[in-house]
Design a protein around this ligand. Structure first.
Ligand code: ADP
Ligand code: MG
Length: 720
């Protein structure tokens, strides 16, 4: 059979498209675009409203719009300085004139013949001297080339202009719509009809070339569904933790010695978790349990109980925490408890001397240690156990999937207990961890004081500073968190100008205003040198190396600092009982769950504690969001609201980070779709499909299986 090599299709390499040479191909590859199919999944961020046509009389100063103008005179080129030319001419419509000015585009002179009519899109300037436009986009109104009313604006990469990106994507769009080798619909017709989803290639066509903004809505819905549905399928197919494996059941479940060490009564949720752990270890299958509980809900004691059961059944146990300071805190507490019972407890962290590490590693292998607590150092190759019965992973979301399983692999028959402080809504936990046993600790220990939370704006700065002083004078410590410094996103128009979102139609409708983020570095300096020179303060941020970070955190934890200014790197789980005040600058820049976690850093001692959210955001939505935090202290309720308000994509991204359990899933467009029901629908549909066809092997699902494989495996190793 002769292969059609002329017609382009979804798999046509990007090099085969018009104007793509080696250099540009390289630029495309860098952003993960290798084929036509990759190109059409680069979605626009916004659209230029070129259909917004005004006249020389009606256009306002500063307005971004189109003017339909006829060239009045012959354009003139002039060199204004070395490397800079200027092209100038006048255009007119029925109501007046407009000066048209172009820099470094001398070819315009040959295109703009006297008497010809063009559509000019750009920013209108209205001055005493007249109306003008600089570097507008010029399109011929010749009745032959269709003029689009909305022109997509894409995220770019060095070496590719907006115009070029647009033309490659348009060509790719045609290729993927090819009947023979384009993108075939992979959702069953029946499912699409039930859910009211448009076809995949129609959705792609509408997102890249909508005739009106309303057309982007069904397109987003369909493409967002695809992302969520594929995510759900991959979680269920590949994200499963290891299948239940048989193991020798533990025999000894006498917990008295452990219970006697507890200075408090367990909460109901803790009791349930204890029971679940015991029954796992009794069951004859390996335990694989995730404990989800709000910050401060008392997860550590559950882990300690599991450790205790492992030890009294003659096994070794290990606890891995994401940071040294956390590992040291656990060690401090647990070595006391278990040391008193006669067990040997050791610490293994990166900053120990090589000799000390070697000693500990040797002792572990020789079974001279019963419980080891450490960081990533635990999963280094040199570490081996004699008989590791239990692996505990604290703050599990801070580890990659491979790291999490690496610890358990150091034993032959190792039970696994993971702990997460990310309070995801229970319903979501059920779908996301459908193959894992989950214990939810949704009850706080009694007597836990509420952290009073307030929302203030910049006008409170003086009072805020006074409040900080008051807290420190009373013996408290203060956290001040600012968002990491972030460049505002710039959108480049076809003419190469940068545009603001206000000039465009942003995809996904109403956007929250983006405040200027406090430049954390300068702010920290200001605080330490000018505002609070009398106090001991330090600044931690993501660029510091681990040792330096730990050093500062330790200093704060041991009371050698009064104020800790930081980007969001303050470690989860760190216990600083004297910290009584948490201030979050530009609070609107954080997700609610993140804010709630930050707030959990204070209120850990007996002193009354406060959280102050500083925000100058004027949007109703931001105020409403932050208001929830002031009213509620329930992490699970807050997470549910967060999910509802921010949409599934954003939420999943923030909750699970970039490295999710099952490959690298890009939930880009799903964040535009605010309908949470779509997330649950996607999981329901995935379950329904897999219930009938667990391996996705049936003929009617072959297109789906193929599409899923392509998404999962193709874009590996690509860093965008
Ligand atoms: P997290 O869930 O954030 O890991 P921790 O396990 O560190 O929380 O517990 C936070 C604090 O609460 C600890 O000081 C712990 O001793 C205390 N705690 C835990 N359970 C209870 C309880 N049932 N009653 C009183 N205090 C408790
Ligand atoms: Mg903890």
């Amino acid at each position: 059979m002769r292969k059609s090599f002329l017609e382009k299709g979804k798999d046509t390499p990007i090099e085969r498209f018009y104007g793509v040479g080696e250099k540009r191909a390289e630029a495309f590859h860098k952003i993960g675009v290798f084929t036509a199919a990759d190109a059409v999944y680069r979605f626009p961020r916004a659209y230029e409203p070129r259909g917004n046509v005004k006249t020389t009389a009606s256009a306002q100063d500063g307005e971004v719009c189109s003017l339909i103008l006829t060239v009045a005179g012959v354009p003139k080129n002039a060199v204004i300085r070395k490397g800079m030319t200027l092209t100038k001419f006048t255009g007119f419509d029925g109501e007046g004139n407009c000066n048209l000015i172009f820099f470094n585009q001398t070819y315009i002179k040959d295109q703009a013949g006297k008497g010809m009519t063009f559509r000019f899109f750009g920013k209108v300037k209205r001055e005493r001297s007249g109306v003008s436009m600089t570097n507008p986009i010029m399109e011929s109104v010749d009745g032959i080339t269709p003029l689009r009313d909305l022109v997509p604006i894409y995220p770019l990469t060095a070496g590719i202009t907006q115009k070029f990106m647009g033309s490659v994507i348009r060509e790719s769009l045609e290729a993927v719509r090819s009947e023979k080798n384009g993108i075939a619909e992979y959702l069953p017709y029946d499912m699409r009809r039930r859910l009211g989803l448009c076809g995949v290639t129609d959705a792609l066509a509408m997102i890249h070339g909508p005739r009106a903004m309303e057309e982007t809505l069904p397109a987003i819905r369909r493409l967002a569904f695809d992302e969520l549905f594929m995510f759900a399928l991959s979680m269920m197919l590949y994200g499963k933790n290891e299948k239940l494996r048989a193991s020798e059941p533990y025999q000894n479940f006498d917990g008295t010695a452990f219970m006697d060490t507890l200075p408090y009564a367990l909460t109901g949720a803790q009791k349930r978790t204890f029971e679940a752990i015991a029954s796992d270890l009794k069951s004859g299958n390996l335990m694989n349990r995730l404990v989800i509980g709000d910050v401060g809900s008392g997860k550590t004691v559950c882990a300690a109980y599991a450790v205790y059961l492992a030890l009294i059944n003659g096994k070794q146990a290990a606890i891995m925490a994401p940071t040294e300071i956390l590992a040291r805190q656990h060690f401090g507490e647990l070595s006391e408890t278990f040391g008193a019972m006669g067990y040997r407890v050791a610490l293994l962290v990166g900053s120990m001397t090589a000799a000390n590490k070697r000693k500990t590693v040797a002792a572990l292998a020789a079974r001279e240690i019963d419980l080891v607590i450490g960081t990533h150092a635990l999963i280094e190759d040199t570490v081996a156990f004699d008989d590791l019965g239990l692996a505990v992973i604290d703050e599990q979301h801070r580890f990659g999937a491979a790291q999490r399983s690496a610890l358990a692999k150091k034993g032959r028959d190792t039970h696994v207990l993971t702990m997460s402080a990310t309070p995801i809504p229970r319903t979501l936990a059920m779908v996301l961890y459908c193959e894992t046993d989950v214990s939810v600790i949704d009850e706080m220990p009694p007597g836990r004081q509420k952290v009073d939370t307030f929302l203030v704006n910049e006008s409170y700065r003086e009072r805020l500073n006074a409040f900080i002083r008051k807290n420190i004078e009373a013996g408290g410590q203060v956290y001040i968190v600012c968002p990491a410094v972030e460049e505002e996103e710039k959108l480049v128009s076809e003419s190469g100008d940068t545009l603001t979102k206000d000039d465009l139609f942003a995809l996904g409708g109403e956007e929250e205003e983006k405040p200027r983020l406090k430049a954390a570095v300068a702010f920290a300096k200001l605080l330490s040198e000018e505002v609070f020179p009398e106090y001991r303060s330090a600044f931690v941020h993501g660029k510091l190396n681990g040792k330096e970070k730990d050093r500062i955190m330790n200093a704060f934890a041991s009371g050698d600092l009064d104020i800790l200014v930081s980007t969001t790197v303050i470690e989860v789980g760190v216990n600083v009982p004297r910290a009584t005040l948490m201030i979050v600058e530009n609070a609107e820049a954080f997700g609610l769950s993140a804010l709630h976690q930050l707030r959990g850093r204070v209120g850990r001692g007996t002193r009354k504690s406060y959280c102050i959210l500083v925000s100058d955001s004027k949007t109703q939505k931001a105020k409403e969001r932050l208001g929830i935090l002031c009213k509620s202290n329930d992490g699970f309720a807050i997470a549910q609201k967060d999910l509802e308000m921010r949409g599934p994509g954003d939420f999943l991204e923030q909750t699970f980070g970039k490295t999710r359990q099952s490959g690298d899933f890009d939930l880009g467009i799903a964040s535009l779709e605010k309908d949470v029901k779509l997330l649950y629908t996607a999981f329901d549909e995935a379950k329904r499909v897999l219930a009938e066809d667990p391996e996705l092997a049936n003929e009617e699902n072959s297109a789906l299986a193929k599409a899923l494989k392509e998404r999962l495996f193709k874009r590996q190793n690509v860093i965008v």
